[in-house]
Design a protein around this ligand. Structure first.
Ligand code: CTP
Length: 437
């Protein structure tokens, strides 16, 4: 199945209709402009593997910007041009993005001291890429739509399950490929090809990654933490000796288990439909730091320039999750409102971590209940009802509504009538206190 010469049929079978229409349009435009155009990289790999892929990267032998503009006109899409590299991004109204690159014919003296040879510009474009499985293209021109271009044996490596660099200096040219290689290896259950593995170890030994800006390292790390099973890739990273550089001060052995357990917890929480904004990468980062002290965690946040907002969430999560987990474990002795108050200031990304600590269905059910309460369980009465009862609006209203909310969680009030009288009593008592001061 990996030896297709043309994948037209596969494209029609695998991709959503809207996507296919774009590919066809691109082919039509290319014919009109008299240039050649290819879809390259991840899309070809994923089509051959039969997995879903949504990115579309185009390479144009000709003028990529012109192609992007023409495509943009046809779809009423915005086009962002990066003139320096003759690349452009087409931003479709439905949120889809297509990147268009220009492959220029240029004499390119490769640092690997290859003899300078004149090759097609597509060949040069693909040769700059990371791994053979990512360095394939498929033609979109009308006359040869679906033809596979595979100069480096990508199909064979896919079939054999090998992640292989195109040349010996690949990791030196771009050390973030160490992280990418591990990510693709684990995502597709492949292996780094032995020579590639040796080159990777060598790049680690000579500390290549230290030459890369931390923002770029983080970008790749975040990709890894967003994969379905980051634990596998993180294991591999510590195996090839990158852990201590990536997470200084964090003891891998202490967090390995929780990292392996997290995918399951995340799936469970996902089925609850209660944490829609949850960022999986942050859930993993919290798990990864769950045994570290605040200084170590703070240093990691600074290392990767996470910014105040995310750093605050990391700190809040780390300082509070254990307490919530413990409270849930002995849930019989604790009130719902008390649990809710403890969980509320924490980012929802700690929930998977908390879940890994809960034994028994009762505690898990209670976590679900608290989350649901925080998200949905609002009192039916509002400030209007309180003024309606003759109270003067002020800060006490918020306190009263909060008290009603808590009383509801603890089952002290159930109906709207009960909420009203609970609030009335609360406000009367509050006014009593104020007046007596
Ligand atoms: N690429 C590379 N070196 C990098 C980053 C990217 O050679 N450091 C190339 C790869 O060939 C890749 C393409 O650029 O296929 C697009 O990069 P990206 O979108 O990051 O990768 P995808 O292969 O699309 O992977 P994913 O499925 O994770 O989006």
């Amino acid at each position: 199945k990996y030896h297709y010469k043309n994948i037209r049929e596969l494209i029609y079978r695998s991709l959503p209709e809207a996507y296919i229409t774009i590919l066809e349009q691109v082919g039509t435009i290319a014919n009109e402009l008299g240039c050649r155009v290819f879809a390259a990289g991840g899309i070809v790999r994923d089509l051959l593997l039969g997995v879903e892929s949504l990115d579309l990267d185009l390479v144009v032998e000709g003028d990529g910007v012109e192609m992007a503009r023409a495509l943009g006109r046809r779809y009423d899409a915005r086009v962002r041009v990066h003139p320096k590299f003759r690349t452009a991004t087409v931003l479709f109204p439905d949120g889809r993005q297509v990147d268009v690159a220009t492959a220029r014919v240029e004499f390119y003296q490769h640092p690997a001291a290859m003899p300078q040879i004149e090759t097609s510009s597509l060949h040069q474009d693909l040769y700059r890429r990371d791994f053979t499985i990512n360095a394939m293209a498929v033609s979109l021109n009308q006359n040869d739509f679906g033809d596979i271009i595979d100069y480096f044996g990508g199909r064979e490596d896919l079939e054999r399950g090998l992640v292989r660099v195109l040349h010996n200096l690949s990791f030196v040219e771009d050390p973030t490929r160490l992280l990418r290689g591990v990510r693709f290896e684990k995502r597709y259950a492949m292996n780094l090809e032995p020579q590639t593995f040796a080159l990777a170890k060598e790049a680690v030994r000579s500390k290549m990654l230290e030459r890369v800006a931390m923002e770029r390292v983080w970008e790749e790390l975040k990709h890894i933490l967003s994969e379905p099973r980051p634990g596998l890739a993180l294991y591999r990273l510590q195996e090839i000796g990158l852990w201590d550089y990536l997470f200084p001060g964090v003891d891998y052995k202490q967090v390995r288990q929780v990292l392996d357990e997290l995918p399951r917890s995340l799936r469970v929480i996902h089925t609850w439909d209660l944490a829609e904004q949850l960022e999986p990468w942050l859930a993993y980062l919290l798990a990864l730091l769950s045994r570290s002290d605040a200084d170590t965690a703070g240093a990691i946040c600074r290392r990767y320039h996470l910014g105040q907002r995310w750093t605050d969430r990391v700190h809040a999560g780390l300082s509070g999750w254990q307490d919530v987990a413990d409270s849930l474990q002995r849930a019989q002795q604790i009130q719902m409102s008390d649990l809710a108050r403890r969980l509320m200031p924490l980012p929802e990304e700690v929930c998977p971590l908390i879940l890994t600590r809960l034994t028994g269905n009762a505690a898990r059910a209670q976590l679900r209940q608290v989350l649901s309460a925080i998200n949905y369980d609002q009192p039916s009465i509002t400030g209007k009802d309180l003024s309606g009862m003759g109270f003067t609006p002020g800060p006490a209203f918020k306190l009263a509504l909060d008290a009603v909310w808590q009383a509801r969680l603890d089952g002290l009030v159930r109906t709207r009538q009960e909420e009203l009288s609970y609030a009335r009593e609360y406000l009367a008592a509050y006014e009593g206190v104020i007046n007596s001061v």
